[in-house]
Design a protein around this ligand. Sequence first.
Ligand code: NAG
Ligand code: NAG
Ligand code: NAG
Ligand code: NAG
Ligand code: NAG
Ligand code: NAG
Length: 301
Amino acid sequence: MTVLMMVVFLELLVLITGVVPQSVILPPAVCAMTHSTVTLGCSFTPRITPIVRVRWCKDHPLCHKTTPTVYDSNRTKSNSRFLYLGDKTSNCTLQIQNLLKPDNGTYRFRMEATEEAGHFTNQTGVQISVKDQTVLSINTSSDNGEMFEGQDVTLRCTAPCTFYDLKVTWLKDDHTLSETSPTLHISPLTAGDSGNYSCSLKKSLSHRYQLQVTATGQQSELPLILGVTLGVSVVLCGVILVFIFKRKPAAVDDHQAATAMELEPQVRDITTPGDVSLNLTPHSCSQLTHVTTYFLVLAIC
Ligand SMILES: *[C@@H]1O[C@H](CO)[C@@H](O)[C@H](O)[C@H]1NC(C)=O
Ligand SMILES: *[C@@H]1O[C@H](CO)[C@@H](O)[C@H](O)[C@H]1NC(C)=O
Ligand SMILES: *[C@@H]1O[C@H](CO)[C@@H](O)[C@H](O)[C@H]1NC(C)=O
Ligand SMILES: *[C@@H]1O[C@H](CO)[C@@H](O)[C@H](O)[C@H]1NC(C)=O
Ligand SMILES: *[C@@H]1O[C@H](CO)[C@@H](O)[C@H](O)[C@H]1NC(C)=O
Ligand SMILES: *[C@@H]1O[C@H](CO)[C@@H](O)[C@H](O)[C@H]1NC(C)=O
């Protein structure tokens, strides 16, 4: 009777004043395992538009003033695990990634308009119960764990909450099995299947590893190093050229004497049957060496 009267009163109020009652609709309590991702679907209807500020708080009845927040549209930096998927008009969906034990609590959404009359927090909030691995258990058809060869058994990994995005890992005497579903079916059983089984929950993907390499000033020094090297080689080449031009006649004589002695046995050695015969005289060889050196120096310069 009183509820009906209140509804009628509210509808009359809307009709007379044109004021729409504000609301924030939140999901029922959530139970989730640690390291899972939960999305709190949420929608809101403001009394006064535009809404200029939205925020989410944990374990605070009003989420106003300087209350610590998990998300605040007026703050540029926020905890990266709390992702606001909503907007400032009607959607206040919040996603919490990689849920941790201290995230357990009651979350409330607050909207703020330019006027204080438009500020509103739904004090009911949404409860998140975070459970860790210690509450996992294995359920099976065989109560005492005693089975016979040839029979089959199904082990079920059970948790008080939905797994969401988590994968099940099965262990037998601390060795990981290939099965990743919540049920492990073994058929037919052999004596080798005896052992201690356990299950755990894991993210299917590892955490992202961000590698950032910052450039130091070393790259900008490269042109300088090249310039110095070029300058030094030009000077060196000049010195070598001057040296060659000045010493040419003497060098040719010296070289002829040296190569004549060294080359003759070598030429003889390689003219054995079957080998390629080279008809190089010491003189032409020495000339060739000189020309080669000259061009080599020119090329380097
Ligand atoms: C507060 O949230 C609860 C849960 O979603 C909802 O039932 C209730 O209508 C909301 N109240 C207002 C005034 O928004
Ligand atoms: C929050 O931001 C809105 C606009 O983005 C601004 O109008 C408002 O004054 C800010 N509030 C505070 C407390 O900084
Ligand atoms: C609110 O936003 C989320 C994320 O973008 C979306 O999944 C959801 O459907 C939206 N809800 C409504 C009522 O539009
Ligand atoms: C987890 O949060 C719920 C809801 O806020 C609360 O009832 C419960 O006591 C909390 N549990 C722990 C261990 O903090
Ligand atoms: C465990 O198994 C029993 C029957 O074998 C069943 O009644 C019970 O609901 C199961 N529990 C869970 C959490 O699956
Ligand atoms: C399994 O656990 C029981 C009790 O903890 C232990 O006595 C037994 O040696 C374990 N079996 C294996 C194969 O590790």
